[in-house]
Design a protein around this ligand. Structure first.
Ligand SMILES: Cc1cc2nc3c(=O)[nH]c(=O)nc-3n(C[C@H](O)[C@H](O)[C@H](O)COP(=O)(O)OP(=O)(O)OC[C@H]3O[C@@H](n4cnc5c(N)ncnc54)[C@H](O)[C@@H]3O)c2cc1C
Length: 287
């Protein structure tokens, strides 16, 4: 991977943003990664009149298709409270927040909010691997593009910023045929097994497994927990991905005059991705 932050592109910056008669034109927002982070940035930018183009290489291990899309204020806690506060109106405006009720171990109903990844993920990204990024430009194998650049490449962000400390913790989710009533079962403090209808016609199951060295035994344990909640049919879909972890919490960094990077969504990628999308557009691009 070649990363160039050469000032050669600085000269092009000013020129690219002016029409011949001097009127300023808005740069295109070029986004590396079509997961929750990149897709929400694209949707937010477009909602503010900024053209956005998402590049995605369809890498195995991308986290976003696995996300249940569930969230609640208590899960955000104090550390992510600011993200939560910023994300809720964004998610509601862009996609609409759904209410989900799950029955807990005591037989009580618990309320959650949900935006499934199917509502968020970019429908038609440019299916291409970004091979190099510099300040205000990126390259795929066939083309160079100029504009604002937002690197939202999940656990692969490090190829564009080698000093970034990031690790991936893997887990799997499964879709079972049919729609079962929503259930939540406590596994450990801060960790639950959840079964609910994420997508029509199916019951989505996940159990918070997050392992650096994911093995068959983790997969078997997840399927056993699903069976304990009555999901004994053969799953029709397996979603497997690496949650991005960055030390000290999520990362949003301006790494060039016209280039930003964001990752570290952990188990709260829907919320943090929405919060960062708002920050990018309102505090950086429109400031
Ligand atoms: C089983 C499971 C359940 C989860 N449940 C929830 C949940 O209920 N709620 C919640 O908020 N979060 C949940 N998460 C966490 C959430 O999925 C992640 O925090 C989030 O998806 C991270 O999004 P991202 O866009 O940063 O990364 P990713 O989704 O990994 O996306 C990065 C994208 O970048 C692309 N890419 C990388 N390099 C390049 C390149 N060079 N060129 C082009 N494209 C590139 C990849 O193809 C990928 O699509 C869950 C995760 C897992 C695994």
């Amino acid at each position: 991977m070649v990363n160039r932050w050469a000032s050669g592109s600085l000269a092009q910056r000013g020129q690219a943003n002016r029409l011949s008669h001097g009127a300023a034109i808005m740069p295109v927002l070029l986004i590396v990664g079509g997961g929750l982070f990149g897709s929400q940035a694209a949707a937010y930018a477009r909602s503010r009149g900024i053209e956005a183009r998402v590049f995605d290489a369809s890498l195995e291990g991308a986290a976003s298709p696995a996300a249940a899309g569930l969230f609640k204020e208590a899960w955000a806690g104090k550390r992510l409270a600011e993200h939560y506060r910023r994300a809720i109106p964004v998610l509601d405006r862009l996609y609409g927040i759904r209410g989900v009720t799950l029955k807990n171990d005591d037989g009580e109903d618990e309320s959650f909010q949900c935006v499934p990844p199917s509502a968020i993920l970019e429908k038609k990204p440019v299916l291409a691997k970004v091979t190099a990024v510099g300040d205000g430009w990126l390259e795929t194998e066939s083309q160079r593009h100029e504009g604002w650049v937002y690197i939202a490449a999940g656990i692969w962000c490090q190829q564009f910023l080698p000093e970034l400390a990031i690790s991936g913790k893997a887990g799997a989710a499964f879709a079972f045929p049919g729609e079962q009533p929503g259930t939540i079962h406590a596994i450990a403090p801060g960790r639950q097994a959840i079964a609910f209808v994420r997508d029509p016609g199916f019951t989505h199951f996940s159990d918070g497994t997050a392992e650096r060295d994911y093995a068959q035994e983790h997969e078997q344990a997840t399927l056993s927990r699903a069976a304990a909640l009555g999901l004994t049919d053969t799953p029709v879909m397996r979603f497997w991905g690496y949650r991005p972890y960055t030390p000290g919490g999520p990362v949003f960094r301006r790494i060039g005059e016209r280039t930003w990077l964001a990752t570290g969504g952990r188990k709260m990628g829907t919320i943090v991705g929405a919060s960062f999308a708002c920050r990018l557009v309102e505090n950086e691009l429109r400031a």
